[in-house]
Design a protein around this ligand. Structure first.
Ligand code: NI
Length: 188
């Protein structure tokens, strides 16, 4: 089932998230629905707050980017209760990002090159891995959603000023979208 994606301005994107356990109701169905929703909107990652749920759950399928990033071929990750740690060399890289909750916007964002992630998979098996390159960026972007942060929060003050009207339009329901969304009522 395709779920509506909550757009910028919806309060759930700024609410604290909770860890889940194996008793979370219909978790497998929810994860399937999140993948379906993500594919239907041509996304490569989706975090639970974007479908209106304040829980620590992320789905990623980066295979669609394999032309530009061969290392992303077949990369599909379901991340439950992830914990992210920035690795001490602390090097940052700037690249453009977009987000399904912010249709029509793409902005450069500076991110750490290397992070370590701990998480549980759909069977609640524990994993730990170090991620680099573009996958590290995708993970940091999605992890931010669990920490009430959107990528536009991380742009420079000048860029923030330049996109102010676009952000207001999204928050006030004046944005057209070719996928199912939940947004604030249109303000005139
Ligand atoms: Ni996003």
């Amino acid at each position: 089932m395709i779920l509506p994606i909550y757009l910028y301005g919806q309060s759930v994107l700024r609410q604290e998230t909770e860890e889940i356990d194996a008793n979370y109701p219909d978790l497998r169905k929810l994860v399937d629905d999140m993948y379906e929703t993500m594919y239907a909107s041509d996304g490569i990652g989706l975090a639970a707050p974007q479908v209106g749920l304040s829980i620590r759950l992320i789905v990623i399928d980066a295979d669609a980017l394999k032309e530009s990033f061969p290392e992303l071929e077949g990369v599909k990750l379901t991340l439950i209760n992830p914990e992210l740690e920035v690795l001490t060399d602390g090097k940052k890289v700037t690249r453009e990002e977009g987000c399904l909750s912010l249709p029509g916007l793409h902005e450069p964002v500076s991110r750490y090159e290397k992070v370590r992630l701990n998480w549980l998979d759909i069977d609640f098996v524990e994993h730990e891995e170090v991620f680099e390159g573009f996958l590290s960026r995708i993970i940091q972007h999605e992890y931010d959603h669990l920490e009430q942060t959107l990528y536009v929060d991380r742009t420079t003050p000048i860029r923030k000023q330049l996109i102010r009207n676009k952000l207001r339009n999204i928050a006030e329901g004046r944005v057209a979208c070719d996928y199912r969304v939940k947004q604030n009522a249109k303000k005139r």
